[in-house]
Design a binder for this molecule. Structure first.
Ligand SMILES: Nc1nc2c(ncn2[C@@H]2O[C@H](COP(=O)(O)OP(=O)(O)OP(=O)(O)O)[C@@H](O)[C@H]2O)c(=O)[nH]1
Length: 298
């Protein structure tokens, strides 16, 4: 998965996600790109730690295909270059159509694992930059520049797998939702509403850590995924965002306005089987915040 932790939305005008021209001699991280199969277009940056690819929910890169073994193969760095090693999989790992047990990776190599094909793009190849930007475009919300719902759900899946694996791991989820946003759209128009969403995104992005994931998951709904965070800490962060929004002045046409938001906080509990249970718990708290008067964190 991408290691990118860039949270900042753009500062004005329409969102510019990509398009930052890169110098042709700029070096890029090595990556594996899925060019065929269920997770088409996904990009894996292997980094320094060995990376396990497989069907298991706690695999570093999970591919839910039955013909892929739970721990199918691993990619690792040794003596300054990347290698791939089959982990005794049932259907084997293929490199450029040859079955391998262990092999170094070269730029452009094609790895086949059952129906999935990954291309290895080595560090420094200009194509790595292209894939990086392409990948960014699939995980960002175009209006705010924050992560999108799809990416937030992928991060939650990964975090939940970690919470199940590591006893004592604390994972918190906050859902933030603007109050009476429909009225803003109705009175000031959709464009002004869009401006509010961008301004709110900047306020929230300024307050989160690089390891947190802030995403726009619905029209006026945002999720904050907080790894390694206990309930109290999550509540405080949500409260500080709520307070900042309350104190901020939002310019709508010629008028200045105050806007508020409500938030629901939930933490992962042992026994939660899926991300939807965590989302439901945060939603229930958000509902509580809305029905008990809004402009509050529950
Ligand atoms: N400007 C703008 N508005 C959006 C966007 N997506 C959704 N909306 C609007 O968000 C509003 C959400 O309205 P409601 O769900 O009734 O929520 P609310 O008015 O904030 O009321 P409460 O949440 O109960 O406080 C609707 O008017 C949608 O049209 C968007 O991308 N831009």
């Amino acid at each position: 998965m991408s290691k990118d932790s860039h949270q900042q939305p753009p500062t004005d005008g329409e969102t510019v996600l990509l398009g930052t021209a890169r110098a042709s001699d700029e070096r890029h991280e090595a990556c594996l790109v899925i060019i065929r199969g269920a997770r088409l277009g996904s990009r894996i940056v292997p980094g320094r730690e060995p990376l396990i690819i497989g069907r298991a929910v706690d695999a570093d890169f999970q591919i839910s295909e039955r013909s892929i073994s739970r721990q199918h193969c691993r990619v690792f760095l040794e003596d300054g270059r990347y290698w791939i090693e089959d982990l005794g999989s049932t259907n084997h790992t293929w490199l450029n159509d040859e079955m391998i047990e262990r092999s170094p990776l070269r730029d452009g190599d094609l790895i086949r694992i059952s129906q999935t094909v990954l291309k290895f793009v080595d560090e420094g190849n200009i194509e790595a930059g292209y894939h990086s930007e392409l990948h960014e475009s699939t995980i960002r919300d175009t209006l705010t520049g924050l992560y999108n719902r799809r990416h937030a759900m992928a991060v939650l899946e990964k975090e939940l797998a970690r919470a199940r694996r590591d006893e004592g791991y604390a994972l918190a989820l906050v859902i933030l939702d603007l109050d009476f946003f429909k009225d803003i759209n109705d009175e000031h128009g959709h464009l002004a509403g869009d401006g509010v969403l961008r301004q709110l995104s900047r306020i929230a992005a300024d307050r989160v850590r690089a390891s947190d994931t802030l995403a726009r998951i619905g029209g006026e709904e945002f999720a904050l995924i907080l790894p390694d965070t206990r309930r109290e800490e999550a509540w405080q962060l949500a409260e500080s965002i709520r307070e900042s929004v309350e104190c901020e002045t939002f310019r709508l046409g010629d008028e200045e306005h105050s806007i508020t938001l409500s938030a629901g906080v939930a933490t992962w509990q042992p026994g939660m089987e899926s991300i939807s249970e965590l989302l439901k718990a945060a939603d229930a708290q958000l509902y509580e915040a809305k029905t008990s008067g809004r402009n509050r964190v529950c």
